[in-house]
Design a binder for this molecule. Structure first.
Ligand SMILES: Nc1nc2c(c(=O)[nH]1)N[C@H]1C(S)=C(S)[C@@H](COP(=O)(O)O)O[C@H]1N2
Ligand SMILES: [Mo]
Length: 197
């Protein structure tokens, strides 16, 4: 029943156990944006979390910088099949931000400057699984990679890591975001190859 491929990809996977199925290694850093790169000035930058009561917790750039910063060493996996192993980021854990938030909703919609959205279960943003990243490889995050700040959720396909992140709105249901409305899987686990619906 099983068709065993002895092709390049199969051998690659055997020698690189960190590579999810169907992915290829890249050493450069491709840029994938659905639109133009928005100009976001840190003087006006603001990040907010809004709950079902309408309550909004807001952080300015300086307030974000004053929070505990973590270094994140992680692999990233794009649904277009490139993976990058051992990337280094710096940012604030979503656990730190959600410590100030009270909600009984289980889902989130992440919103970006420029209008991009993506949906995630709240539990995928907590327990050390997600950050607001402001540095890549020891340097301020480049605008084309989401600077000044992007979401980093490396255990899911990289479209979930919203660039130019602006806020998170709590949802009662798992409503689809931008790519999820356009054919991408609602969850996006690279190890299960949850690419498209
Ligand atoms: N705001 C925003 N975030 C986004 C995207 C986008 O188009 N807009 N593209 C997503 C996709 S599909 C991927 S693979 C990664 C790419 O990040 P990179 O350009 O830093 O490699 O960003 C994700 N976050
Ligand atoms: Mo992507």
């Amino acid at each position: 029943m099983a068709v065993i491929s002895r092709g390049f990809g199969a051998r690659r996977r055997e020698s690189t156990p960190d590579l999810p199925p169907g992915q290829f290694l890249t050493t450069d850093f491709p840029v994938l944006s659905a639109g133009p790169t928005p100009e976001v000035d840190t003087a006006e930058w603001e990040f907010l979390i809004r709950t079902e009561t309408g309550d909004e917790k807001k952080w300015s750039w300086d307030e974000l910088q004053a929070l505990p910063q973590e270094t994140i060493d992680t692999d990233i996996h794009c649904v277009t099949r490139w993976s990058k192993l051992g990337t280094t980021w710096r940012g604030v854990s979503l656990d730190t931000l959600f410590a100030e938030v009270e909600t009984s909703y289980d889902f989130t919609m992440v919103h970006s400057y420029g209008g991009y959205t993506t949906n995630l279960p709240l539990e995928d943003l907590l327990d050390g699984k997600a950050w607001i990243a402001t540095e890549f490889d020891g340097e301020p995050l480049e605008p084309e990679h989401g600077g000044p700040a992007r979401l980093l959720v490396p255990h899911l396909y990289f479209w979930k890591s919203a660039k130019w992140v602006r806020g998170i709105v709590m949802h009662g249901d798992d409503d689809p975001g931008f790519w999820e409305q356009n054919g991408y899987h609602t969850y996006g686990d690279p190890w299960q190859e949850q690419r498209y619906w």
